[in-house]
Design a binder for this molecule. Structure first.
Ligand code: PBG
Length: 309
C-alpha cells in the first residue's frame, strides 16, 4: 500500500538526516511498523543554500524551515523533523509542533585545532562561528579574540578547522553525539558560563493541525518533560521576538513538578549582558517563560535592543 507510506521531511545535512532516522526508529518501535512504512524526503532550504554570509544578515526567520513547511502544506510530506533551536516561535497557519523527543545534552563544546581550551588560546587568536550567541558569549570571556564567520554544516566547519582557517570553533554537543563523533570536542562548556541556545539539543516534530492519521502517531513518541521545558523557552523567545540568530541564551530545567529557568541576552560584542532567573510550577511553563522575557526586556531597555539592528 504505497499511498500509506508516511513521508518524513528533513534537511539534507548529515545531522538532519540522523535526526529524521531517529524519529523514524522511534515511530517504528512505538507502533510496531517496518522501516518500509516510512520514507525520508530530503528538502533543501534557503539556510542550506546561503554559504557566503552570516545567517543573521540573510534576513527573515525560518530560513531552515520554510521550504519544508511548504512541502507539508502541499501534502508532499506528512511530518517534518527539526532542531528546536532552528524553529521560529510563530509557525505558518495550519501547522503545529506536535512532539518533542527527549532532550540530548544541552551544552556547547569548544573544538580547538591544537589548543584544547578556549581560555588557553593565544591573544588575538581566530575563532570561527556563525552564531551571534556564541560570538557574544566568547567575546564576553575573551574580548581579545578575533571572532569571524564560519558557515556550513558540521563537516564543512571541521574541514575549515583542519585547513587552519581558525584556531577553534564551537558546536552543540547534541549534534556531535547524534553524528557519533563526541570525541572531537576538546572542551565541554559549562552551561552556567556558556548557556545554550533556547531549544538546543531537542528534536521537534512539526505536522498539520488536525491530521487524524499522523497526529496520534506522533503523540505516542512525545517526551512530556522536554515539551514543558521547551514551552517555557519558546515563550521566553517569543516575548523577545528573537530567533537562534540573535544573542539570546537560556535553559529551562525540570525537577518533578518544578521548573527553573534562566535566560541571558547580550550585545554582539559581549560587553553588555542582562540576566534573568525564575522558578515555578511546571504547569505554568508558558507564563514563566513569557514573564521572564517581558522582565528582561524591561531591564535591558529599548536602547539595548536598538543596538542589535
Ligand atoms: N544551527 C544549526 C544547528 N541546529 C541544531 C544544532 C545542534 C543540535 C541541537 O541543538 O539539537 C546545530 C549545529 C550546532 O549548533 O552545532
Amino acid at each position: 500500500m504505497q499511498t500509506d507510506v508516511v513521508k518524513i521531511g528533513t534537511r539534507g545535512s548529515a545531522l538532519a538526516v540522523a535526526q529524521a532516522a531517529e524519529v523514524r526508529a522511534r515511530l517504528m518501535a512505538a507502533h510496531g511498523l517496518p522501516e518500509e512504512a516510512f520514507e525520508i524526503v530530503v528538502i533543501s532550504t534557503t539556510g542550506d543554500q546561503i554559504q557566503d554570509r552570516p545567517l543573521s544578515q540573510a534576513g527573515g526567520k525560518g530560513l531552515f524551515t520554510k521550504e519544508i513547511e511548504e512541502a507539508m502544506l502541499d501534502g508532499r510530506i506528512d511530518l517534518a523533523v527539526h532542531s528546536s533551536k532552528d524553529m521560529p516561535t510563530v509557525l505558518p497557519d495550519g501547522l503545529e509542533i506536535s512532539a518533542f523527543l527527549e532532550r540530548e545534552d544541552v551544552r556547547d563544546v569548544f573544538i580547538g585545532r591544537s589548543i584544547a581550551k578556549l581560555e588557553d588560546l593565544p591573544q588575538g587568536a581566530k575563532l570561527g562561528t556563525s552564531s551571534l550567541r556564541r560570538q557574544a558569549l566568547v567575546l564576553r570571556l575573551r574580548p581579545d579574540l578575533d571572532v569571524g564567520m564560519f558557515r556550513g554544516n558540521v563537516q564543512t566547519r571541521l574541514r575549515k578547522l583542519e585547513e587552519g582557517v581558525a584556531e577553534g570553533t564551537l558546536l552543540a554537543l547534541a549534534g556531535l553525539n547524534r553524528l557519533g563523533m563526541p570525541h572531537i570536542a576538546t572542551e565541554v562548556m559549562d552551561p552556567e558560563r556558556f548557556p545554550p541556545a533556547l531549544g538546543q539539543g531537542a528534536i521537534c516534530i512539526e505536522s498539520r493541525i488536525g491530521d487524524a492519521r499522523i497526529g496520534p502517531m506522533i503523540a505516542a513518541i512525545h517526551h512530556a518533560e522536554t515539551g514543558n521545558a521547551l514551552l517555557c523557552e519558546r515563550a521566553f523567545l517569543g516575548a523577545l521576538d528573537g530567533s537562534c540568530r540573535t544573542p539570546i541564551a537560556g535553559l529551562a530545567r525540570i525537577e518533578g513538578d518544578r521548573l527553573r529557568f534562566s535566560g541571558l541576552i547580550l550585545t554582539p560584542d559581549g560587553r553588555e549582558t542582562h540576566e534573568i532567573a525564575t522558578e515555578g510550577a511546571v504547569v505554568d511553563a508558558v507564563r514563566l517563560g513569557a514573564e521572564a522575557g517581558a522582565e528582561i526586556r524591561e531591564k535591558a531597555g529599548t536602547r539595548f535592543f536598538d543596538s542589535w539592528q
